[in-house]
Write a protein that binds this ligand. Structure first.
Ligand SMILES: C[S@@+](CC[C@H](N)C(=O)[O-])C[C@H]1O[C@@H](n2cnc3c(N)ncnc32)[C@H](O)[C@@H]1O
Length: 267
């Protein structure tokens, strides 16, 4: 197993921990609305609010076929399929995440419109021009060869379709302390600047039509979650170590070293 899946599954037992969290909150662990698990399955800064921005900026709409690259345990896929009445296929390199994604979709009644497979962002199995929209939420930080990832995303999106990338990007010179939510050590952390991402979009002839830093959206989402904690959260996904990971990320954001940025390019 490469270091990336090891990082994400270091606490193991993800499905059971999430279901136990739901049960402890008095919810039915066999059948639930996908929004009940959003605190744990939308594994990116800003959670559902940030995914809603991706949907709007990429123009995802009813009938669209969406590929979510680095889908995690499937929260963004379920969110998009439910909110926009589209069909979403998720690809992720972490085996346990793919299994949990499928099981959560089944229990949330979204198994028909969200499907998942094990795969790598730099070597997609999808056919050329087979998706209306390709999304990537907080994945590029793990991908050393962003040119390969962008080549693949540009290859599988149809002409006129959109590639939406919402990643944590390097905006300043400071160092970051590890662990962070995407990496235990610097070895599997590959931050890039917004200019670097823009260069990849342009190299792949994807016209950038949106670039927006989401720091304020993220702060507002954290305030809401603090005031009204969800039944399950990212500690249910990543284990107790998540508090330290998140603390290091937030320190880097406060220092102006990194920021969450949404970029959308059209083919
Ligand atoms: C921070 S999580 C985000 C998960 C999901 N996009 C979300 O927002 O909930 C990063 C995800 O990227 C996946 N990932 C990292 N490198 C990848 C690669 N080369 N190909 C596919 N998935 C990858 C990890 O396994 C993990 O599920």
């Amino acid at each position: 197993m490469s270091d990336v899946p090891s990082h994400y599954t270091q606490a193991g037992g993800i499905l059971e921990r999430i279901l136990t969290g739901l049960g402890d909150a008095g919810l039915d662990r066999e059948r639930f609305d996908h929004r009940s698990v959003a605190g744990a399955d939308e594994f990116h800064l800003g959670g559902p609010a940030a995914t809603a921005e991706v949907v709007a900026a990429a123009g995802i709409t009813a009938g669209h076929s969406v590929l979510d690259v680095g889908c995690g345990i499937g929260g963004p896929a379920r969110h998009m399929a439910s909110a926009a009445e589209c069909v979403v296929h998720g690809v992720d390199v972490t085996p346990e995440f793919v299994d949990v994604a499928a099981e959560l979709s089944r229990r949330a009644g979204l198994g028909e419109v969200t499907t998942f497979e094990l795969g790598d962002a730099t070597e997609l199995r999808a056919a050329d021009e087979s998706y209306d929209v390709v999304t990537v939420l907080h994945v590029g930080m793990n991908v050393a060869d962003k040119a390969l990832m962008f080549d693949e995303m540009a290859r599988v999106v149809r002409p006129g379709g959109a590639v939406a990338v919402y990643d944590i990007m390097q905006i300043g010179d400071g160092e970051i302390d590890y662990p962070v939510p995407w990496s235990t050590t610097a070895t599997t952390s590959h931050l890039e600047s917004p200019d670097g991402y823009r260069a990849q979009f342009e190299r792949c002839r994807l016209t950038v039509e949106t670039t927006v830093e989401q720091t304020e959206l993220v702060r507002a989402a954290i305030s809401r979650a603090t005031e009204s904690p969800p039944p399950v959260n990212l500690s249910h996904l990543m284990g107790d170590g998540f508090t330290e990971m998140f603390g290091n990320l937030f320190a880097a954001m406060s220092a102006g070293t990194v920021a969450p940025v949404l970029m959308v390019g059209r083919r």
